[in-house]
Write a protein that binds this ligand. Structure first.
Ligand SMILES: Cc1cc2nc3c(=O)[nH]c(=O)nc-3n(C[C@H](O)[C@H](O)[C@H](O)COP(=O)(O)OP(=O)(O)OC[C@H]3O[C@@H](n4cnc5c(N)ncnc54)[C@H](O)[C@@H]3O)c2cc1C
Ligand SMILES: NC(=O)c1ccc[n+]([C@@H]2O[C@H](COP(=O)([O-])OP(=O)(O)OC[C@H]3O[C@@H](n4cnc5c(N)ncnc54)[C@H](O)[C@@H]3O)[C@@H](O)[C@H]2O)c1
Length: 485
């Protein structure tokens, strides 16, 4: 028997991914009540099908490779990656796709959970079709937050809808390693999964319609390409897939450039878009324009433009994380979540009226200046702020300083270390706007650049930030010297 219940909360959050959890946490810490509505697993994509399992699958191969290039260690390596143990370790990280510990955390944080699909039915109103068969009519006193994440964008390729293929969920949750693995897409997910599976034992072919990692500097993409090729990955860049066909044995044949390739598994990793379908946003006047897919426009606190007001205040609909469509990264989504949660509390207390000031706790200002990201391939690509090319396209008065990473720390890391670094200097203010590091072990260098950018540290002061010897960080000194300090 189904029951209908009506509940009221200060804040309703739709989606219990990392972002929704953080919004709810901030509003509860601020003294408001919050309910979170989740239709799948509490913890969302990152915990079960994205960041965590993908990095768990990459790590064994990266560790093994790091040892294989060091005399004294490489002689001790007698085998290859143990795929079964790696998959088991991935299962441990995803808690076997059980969200019990995250539900416990919600409970300890004082956040109520309703499992089911939420949709907006009116200003501050959400209807939930509960997974328990019941229906919940929720009313928010202050805010409704859309934190529903994103879904894969599937390209319109002849035959693709008729063949079995993996999206990143299939790859990150793989139960066995396919013998022949084809990857469509040369973005972050494509290159990471190509390398993970190559090192886990698959024969991998990657097809990209442009160059690899097109939003990163070409030098970075070339080093990653060399890393993939060294692992035996066949890469077809600047290549369009013409069609895909299913074979009787369940394999898939991909046709491109007049060639064919047969794979036991095909991964389609061709980008993602905000998950806004069937959310009822049209009920509050938020609709797609000119036949384009629906995208939300929100201010720096996540406040969505254009929803109908219930007459008390227009400030009630927010979006954060992948659903907001600004940056599709967990750490930046969580940063947006902190700003959104704090802004909701501040507006409820009358401490914030109108738009938040840049760099205040209520604004995700860093989205426009310093978004850090790491591609966890071997070599890694770690970047923050614009590349030189992007800064020039933005019309900035900038200088780029670039060099191969060749310092004692990198030589110690590996005698054959290949890396590259770039910093982008704002010539008007003599501060760093962007930085990219490529090479094994550079991910942990990235936060130094993020701090320099967000802190707008003048170069003449940055000169006094002395990197420890012998670490890869010494590349900072080389970059400063090359700039002329
Ligand atoms: C393969 C892969 C690897 C990645 N690796 C990294 C990485 O290393 N580092 C990084 O920073 N980012 C990474 N990302 C990106 C990262 O996963 C996302 O940015 C992050 O998960 C977004 O968090 P979110 O909370 O906005 O959305 P999600 O994690 O997608 O959570 C949204 C939640 O909302 C729920 N939901 C949706 N609609 C409804 C509804 N109507 N009612 C109720 N619930 C609903 C969903 O079930 C989901 O649980 C990766 C992405 C992929 C695909
Ligand atoms: N380490 C990380 O932080 C990490 C890892 C994986 C994914 N992610 C996030 O997940 C999101 C999705 O990852 P992704 O790699 O799918 O997206 P992406 O935007 O990085 O790359 C998509 C790729 O698919 C290609 N593509 C798009 N349409 C195509 C078509 N019709 N035919 C052929 N190729 C096509 C693009 O040219 C591009 O190379 C990213 O935006 C990223 O933010 C992050």
């Amino acid at each position: 028997m189904t029951a209908e219940s009506s509940r009221e909360f200060d804040v309703i959050v739709i989606g219990a991914g990392a972002v929704g959890e953080n919004v709810a946490d901030r509003v509860v810490r601020g003294g408001l009540t919050a309910v979170i509505v989740e239709s799948e697993l509490v913890g969302g994509e990152c915990s079960y099908w994205a960041c965590i399992p993908s990095k768990a699958l990459l790590r064994p191969g990266n560790v093994l490779h790091a040892a294989q290039v060091i005399p004294g260690a490489k002689e001790a390596i007698t085998g290859t990656v143990h795929a079964e143990a790696a998959l088991k370790h991935r299962d441990w990280f995803t808690n076997n796709w059980q969200d019990g510990s995250q539900v416990e955390w919600l409970d300890s944080a004082g956040i109520e959970l309703i499992r089911g699909r939420g949709r907006v039915t009116g200003p501050r109103e959400v209807q939930v079709d509960g997974l328990d068969g019941n229906s919940y009519s929720l009313k928010a006193h202050h805010a409704v937050v859309i934190a529903t994440g994103s879904t894969p964008t599937i390209p319109d390729i002849d035959g693709l809808s008729d063949v079995p293929f993996w999206t990143t969920r299939g790859a990150t949750a793989a139960k066995e390693i396919p013998k022949r693995f084809a990857v469509l897409g040369g973005g972050v997910a494509g290159v990471e999964m190509a390398q993970a599976f190559a090192r886990l034992g698959s024969d991998v072919t990657l097809i990209a319609r442009g160059r690899l990692l097109s939003s990163y500097p070409e030098e970075a993409a070339n080093l990653v390409l060399a890393g993939l090729r060294a692992d035996g990955v066949t890469v077809h860049a600047h290549t369009d897939v013409e069609k895909t066909e299913k074979n009787d044995d369940g394999s898939v044949t991909v046709t491109f450039d007049g060639k064919t390739l047969t794979a036991d598994k095909l991964l389609v990793a061709s980008g993602r878009h905000p998950a806004l379908a069937n959310l009822g946003l049209e009920n509050v006047g938020v609709e797609a324009q000119d036949g384009k897919p629906l995208r939300l426009t929100a201010d720096a606190s996540g406040l969505v433009e254009g929803p109908a007001s219930d007459g008390t205040s227009g400030f009630w609909l927010y979006a954060a994380g992948d659903a907001a469509g600004k940056v599709l990264l967990t750490h930046q989504g969580k940063y947006e979540a902190r700003a959104t949660g704090d802004a909701i509390v501040a507006r409820a207390n009358g401490k914030l009226t109108g738009s938040p000031k840049p760099w205040s706790p209520y604004a995700h200002t860093a989205n426009d200046h310093a978004v850090p990201s790491v591609v966890f391939t071997d070599p890694e690509v770690a970047s923050v702020g614009p590349s030189l090319e992007q800064a020039l396209l933005q019309g900035k008065n900038v200088t780029g300083v670039e060099l191969p990473i060749n310092v004692s720390g990198s030589q110690l890391h590996s005698p054959d270390y290949k890396g590259w670094a770039q910093v982008v200097v704002d010539e008007d203010r003599k501060v760093i706007l962007g930085a990219t590091f490529v090479g094994p072990g550079v991910a942990e260098l990235l936060h130094s650049a993020t701090i320099a950018i967000v802190g707008e540290v003048p170069l003449e002061r940055l000169w006094h930030a002395v990197p420890s010897y012998p670490t890869i960080s010494e590349v900072w000194l080389r970059l400063m010297e090359k700039y002329g300090l």
